[in-house]
Design a protein around this ligand. Structure first.
Ligand SMILES: NC(=O)c1ccc[n+]([C@@H]2O[C@H](COP(=O)([O-])OP(=O)(O)OC[C@H]3O[C@@H](n4cnc5c(N)ncnc54)[C@H](O)[C@@H]3O)[C@@H](O)[C@H]2O)c1
Length: 308
């Protein structure tokens, strides 16, 4: 995209800081707005850390680093940034009242043709918020860490215009992201529906006592995981044969878990072992530095991205 429109990111949390950094790195004058000065300070620190990691991994150009320094502004004042913005990314908490208040404010301040995108993980934003000119509203669901994971799920609403869709796709492509389109809202979009199907069956196998959690994970990382980075679960059948896909759908699918399987998550939640953030999940992370754990994981993701 040649024209580098002004971008406004609302909410400087887990998603917002990383999305704002990404836009700025690719040459977009970007304002990152949050009502909390503390969050803005944290966002600055996280952006600095993100840039350092990308530099160390040779995944950002010198121009990209300069752009982040020159083009990303952190602000707790909405009005000016909203008036200038042509593309808004809303990344505030998944709470209807908060989203409604933010869109009401944006509607008052932004130009009528400014595109509004929501990073909601699953909320039907089209039922929740009301704005004038709803043709400009669209969901753009980044994945975490947003400046590293290429995918953005673009989910159209009943009134989203074709122009909004095309512009939104183009702007994501200009960030080297990969947009995929859901033609209408469906809860969980594509990724969370597929992830939940896999996690439910993994939990079920453990719940039945057929295999340990460790072996279930190994079964995927040493097989499907190696291919899924370059070949989706549908294209896969071009290689193993669609007659086996048909057999799986006919005989195996009805035998799979089709309700809930939550014994493992229930147990871990009851114990308070929620994962890295509490120092223990399936694995023990106690005594380890959380940002180092995150960086190690991000390094592995970057390595895969470089390879495929
Ligand atoms: N965390 C994830 O992995 C993830 C992944 C994909 C999508 N999402 C979605 O992205 C959105 C943001 O999630 P997050 O995890 O970044 O949340 P977060 O809690 O980390 O950050 C939200 C930020 O919004 C700010 N905020 C709250 N009310 C505000 C207001 N009225 N005006 C301006 N700023 C305000 C908060 O101060 C906070 O900094 C949610 O809709 C979430 O479902 C999250």
């Amino acid at each position: 995209m040649d024209e580098k429109v002004n971008v406004l990111v609302i909410g400087a949390g887990i998603m917002g800081h990383s999305i704002a950094m990404d836009f700025a790195a690719h040459g977009y004058p970007t304002a990152l707005y949050d009502q909390s000065a503390e969050q803005l300070e944290m966002a600055k620190k996280l952006v600095t850390g993100n840039v350092q990691l990308l530099e160390a991994e040779d995944m950002i150009t010198a121009e990209g680093v300069k752009n982040v320094n020159d083009l990303l502004v952190y602000t707790d004042k909405l009005e000016d940034a909203a008036k200038k913005a042509k593309f808004v990314v809303e990344a505030v908490p998944e709470v209807p009242d908060i989203k409604q208040a933010v869109y009401a404010e944006l509607d008052k301040l932004c130009s009528p043709d400014t595109i509004f995108t929501s990073t909601t993980s699953g909320m039907n934003i089209y039922d929740v918020v009301q704005i004038s000119n709803p043709g400009r509203l669209i969901i753009g669901h980044f994945n975490n860490p947003a400046h590293i994971i290429p995918l953005v799920e673009v989910v159209m609403g009943p009134e989203t215009s074709q122009e909004t869709l095309e512009f939104t796709k183009k702007i994501y492509e200009s960030l080297d992201h990969v947009p995929v389109v859901l033609k209408q809202y469906a809860i969980g979009f594509i990724v969370n529906r597929l992830n939940t199907a896999l996690a439910r069956e993994a939990n079920y196998i453990v719940e039945q006592g057929w295999a340990t959690p460790e072996d279930v994970d190994k079964a995927i990382t040493n097989n499907a995981g190696l291919k899924l980075a370059f070949e989706g679960p549908l294209e896969l059948y071009d290689h193993i044969g669609w007659e086996l896909g048909k057999l799986g759908g006919t005989f195996l699918a009805p035998m799979l878990c089709n309700t809930t399987a939550t014994a493992l998550p229930d147990k871990l939640c009851e114990e308070g072992n929620l994962g890295v953030k509490t120092g223990k999940g399936l694995k023990d992370y106690s005594g380890l530095d959380r940002s180092e754990i995150q960086n190690n994981r991000n390094r592995k993701i970057l390595k895969v991205i470089r390879t495929v």
